[in-house]
Design a protein around this ligand. Sequence first.
Ligand SMILES: Cc1cc2nc3c(=O)[nH]c(=O)nc-3n(C[C@H](O)[C@H](O)[C@H](O)COP(=O)(O)O)c2cc1C
Length: 175
Amino acid sequence: MSTVLIVHGGRFGQSEKIANQMRKVLEGAGHSCDFVPLTKTTTPDPARHQAFLLVTSVRYGYFDKNAYRLIENNRAWLEQVPAQVVTVSLTARKPEKRDPQVHSYTKKFLEKSGWKGRVEVVAGALEYPRYSLFDRLAIQLIMRITNGPTDPSVTIEYTDWEQVDKAAAAFAAEL
Ligand SMILES: Cc1cc2nc3c(=O)[nH]c(=O)nc-3n(C[C@H](O)[C@H](O)[C@H](O)COP(=O)(O)O)c2cc1C
């Protein structure tokens, strides 16, 4: 049985919620997990961790630069252990966008980071009431362009939990 380092990025808690669901599946399969936020200094401990999971979200087209930093600084280790990245975004609310080679943000992330491990593209949540005025207007604009909801009172969780459980189970089976 492995000890998995689970790192969650994001700002509004959806990446953390997805990471936590995956933690439950991994623990249910008998693995243990260290569950930590993504920061500038997040680093695996090769003496302790035998696998790696990163869940992080898209914000204005970009992933947290700490995700790139973590991958760059630990590349040799990451290429030796089972490793999974989960990208969280609203564009992934459309199932046809969940192919990493179709989902433009994930495709760019893979190219830029040189990530070689598993990849899952998962839909996040739309939570207008929690956004600042600027963020709300920006997200409303994106939603208008992509035919999504623009009502500012709306909260919708698009995350497909079956997809999340399946990805976690496939990862658990590799450990
Ligand atoms: C300010 C802001 C900018 C966002 N930008 C994008 C974006 O460019 N593309 C996209 O697909 N989703 C975008 N999203 C959607 C988030 O990825 C989604 O809400 C996700 O669930 C957030 O995860 P978190 O709670 O872990 O931060 C944005 C959300 C916010 C609040």
